[in-house]
Design a protein around this ligand. Sequence first.
Ligand code: GDP
Ligand code: IMO
Ligand code: MG
Length: 417
Amino acid sequence: MPETAVIGAQWGDEAKGKIVHFLAREADLAVRFNGGPNAGHTVQDARGTIQLHLVPAGALQPGCQGVIAHGVAVDPRVLEQELDSILSQGRPCPVLYLSHRAPLILPHHRLVEELEGTAERIGTTRRGVGPAYQERVARRGLRVGDLAQPEAVLERLRELRLALEKGYGRAGFDPEALCQELSDFYRRWQERIVDTRALVAGALAQGRSVVFEGAQGTLLDLDLGTYPYVTSSTTTVHGIGWGVGVRLSGSPRVVGVAKAYTTRVGEGPFPTEDPGAGGELLRARGREYGTTTGRPRRCGWLDLVALRYAQEVNQFTELAVTKLDVLSGLEEIPVCTAYELSGRRVEDFPGRVSELAAARPLYEPLPGWNEDIRPARTWEELPENARRYLLFIEEQLGVPVTLIGVGPGEEELIVRR
Ligand code: GDP
Ligand code: IMO
Ligand code: MG
């Protein structure tokens, strides 16, 4: 299949990094199309564990080139630090292309995120992503390609500093020093700063294999997620058109990635959150601490109401269910199949955040299993109740579960044929 999209089906951190890395083994291009350094995608292989924020996870595969398309907000410092950490693990330097249209994240974006209270109110990753998108929409932002003209950049930075000092009493940067830093960055990257739309469109036209790596998850989508407790980009499959400028063929492979339970970082409603012992257990076993921020993730049970919504929005052609190993040893596993809202049973995900906050999960208990499933590599090797758990998800969503995560390592994956 030449076009594969990998999309988070929950509130992010579904193990998209691991799934993309796997699917990119035979791909020509891995393309990030949304978000920015708020993403934290983990790959664990023979060279160690690495957390990627901007570099597509697929670009760690030999033969697969990475593309950071214009939908991604780029922080040059994060990008270069990330390359250093890749090289420090003895990995080959990934071949990367960066869109000249991508909005830049500059130091003041993080400052503004703090000073405007967004970091606190939404519980953001404090990476400056929201404010960078804000400037882009307001048509005042600097883009990667602008760095070719340092004089114009300096002028813009000086204006920006004056405006920030007027508005907030501080700017968080020195225009001359920052301009120099950005010009140096541009010089190092010049050859790699291209029209990524044309690059990806050309690859697709030639029938080359392209993996689109979604960041965040469907429920964090700016418009279709749990607004205002969302991120600032289009996190669904629809973000590919928005963030790359290409149209997928009529039949792309769309892989939804969902954990076998649910987590969320930051503020906002989360009906199946378990603030008690169950949630604690999931957090400890699943090592549920933010990749980007280190914050403990809120944990709870599988929410099929939310997943059915993600299915409806993205029309997944298949599902990857990850971290199934974390559920081993539970006698019964509660799975939410509907909500109770104002005394009524609802099966559709409420579109309004106030309704979602008032929704009470209705659980169906599924029988658990005791076996350690981490060594399992085939569907048949899974305990019967683990298979039943996955079949229940399939039935509820009407889509096949084709990939099953049984541990963090790259080989700890079942490909169901
Ligand atoms: P992403 O943002 O969707 O790429 O996900 P993250 O990398 O933020 O979080 C997923 C975490 O789960 C990482 O620490 C992975 O190493 C780990 N992980 C991935 N798949 C599995 C799995 O099947 N089982 C377990 N136990 N851990 C996994
Ligand atoms: P990956 O790609 C989980 C959450 C933040 C916050 C909200 C807005 O690793 O799945 P932002 O910094 O984007 O303005 O924060 O979105 N958030 C994520 N949660 N995984 C992510 O990325 C996230 N990126 C943003 O916690 O609630
Ligand atoms: Mg993550």
